[in-house]
Write a protein that binds this ligand. Structure first.
Ligand SMILES: NC(=O)c1ccc[n+]([C@@H]2O[C@H](COP(=O)([O-])OP(=O)(O)OC[C@H]3O[C@@H](n4cnc5c(N)ncnc54)[C@H](OP(=O)(O)O)[C@@H]3O)[C@@H](O)[C@H]2O)c1
Length: 272
């Protein structure tokens, strides 16, 4: 499949009948994988609260979902601010009366070498990528406890398991997010809340295009086992599957969606 056919492939697949009637809060849904997840969740019959730091982008995504016949509202929200989270959940309950699923894709990326990164930059990375994930999940928990199909899906990164240069707080904060997700899964299994975390590889989103020059992205694609970067819709398919009751016995998992890059010793077969 090429990028165009991935984007246009219908996203109302096998989880459809199971997602019907569920409500999701998708944080970071104004762009990239969050946007694709919100759209896929809605295409499968769910109601979506599109939340993003960029209120205008959240509004655009919600309008696009509505124009396709889906149910969505938008909220502007900084996931590192408790008051914003409280307001978003309040809005969700007032509009849809319940909350079954939290999908968190928001992240702060500030490239820096460890010897240069300021403590303020370091803490800002953890504040959004770790504190934000904890705050949104904890605030949603009372509602998730009421749902027979409660699920949280966080978004970490391969940078959370492999070291790489110039990542600043990004990789360490994603490592913390992986463990945080597993701790949530362990503590909240008793409430019937499943928690999983997705580890995208190199995915063609505004974040990737903003932090890696196009030339380098193209070069990187040729070095990957599948000879291409991933599309946000491909990660969204995994996220929505994990969020759905179709994944009812899957919890505490960190699952890569990376075209195989994390488990290949060499990018290409020998001699290619
Ligand atoms: N793209 C990749 O190759 C890649 C690889 C591995 C992991 N990931 C992870 O996958 C997730 C999604 O990434 P993406 O590439 O889809 O990124 P994206 O296109 O930049 O989308 C992320 C959205 O979250 C918003 N956001 C940032 N900080 C926020 C905050 N404090 N509160 C609420 N929203 C906030 C962003 O707004 P701004 O644009 O204003 O920041 C943006 O609209 C992230 O967790 C990222 O770390 C991405």
């Amino acid at each position: 499949m090429n990028a165009e056919s991935i984007k246009t492939h219908p996203r109302d697949w096998m989880v459809h009948s199971r997602i019907n009637g569920l409500t999701a809060l998708v944080v970071g849904a104004g762009s990239g994988m969050g946007e694709a997840s919100a759209k896929a969740f809605a295409a499968n019959g769910g109601a979506v609260v599109v939340a993003d730091l960029r209120a205008g982008e959240a509004e655009r995504v919600a309008a696009e979902i509505a124009s396709q016949g889906g149910q969505a509202i938008s909220v502007g929200l900084d996931v590192s601010k408790q008051a914003d989270i409280d307001a978003a959940i309040d809005r969700t309950i007032r509009k849809f009366g319940k909350l079954d699923v939290v999908i968190n894709t928001a992240a702060l990326v500030r490239p820096a070498m460890l010897e240069d990164v300021s403590l303020d930059q370091w803490r800002a990375g953890f504040q959004v990528n770790v504190d934000g994930a904890l705050m949104v999940a904890r605030s949603a928990l009372p509602w998730l406890k009421e749902s027979p199909h409660a699920a949280i899906v966080n978004t970490a990164s391969l940078a959370g398991v492999h070291g790489y240069s110039q990542g600043g707080a990004y990789g360490p904060s994603k490592a913390a997010l992986i463990t945080l997700s597993r701790q949530m899964a362990h503590e909240w299994a008793a409430y019937g809340v499943r928690v999983n975390v997705v580890l995208p590889g190199v995915i063609d989103t505004p974040m990737a295009r903003g932090s890696v020059p196009q030339e380098l992205l193209d070069q990187l694609a040729t070095m990957l086992p599948m000879s291409r970067v991933g599309q946000p819709e491909e990660v969204a398919d995994l996220i929505v599957y994990l969020a759905s009751p179709a994944a009812g016995y899957i919890t505490a998992q960190a699952i890569a969606c990376d075209g195989g890059m994390s488990h290949m010793m060499f990018a290409k077969p020998m001699g290619k």
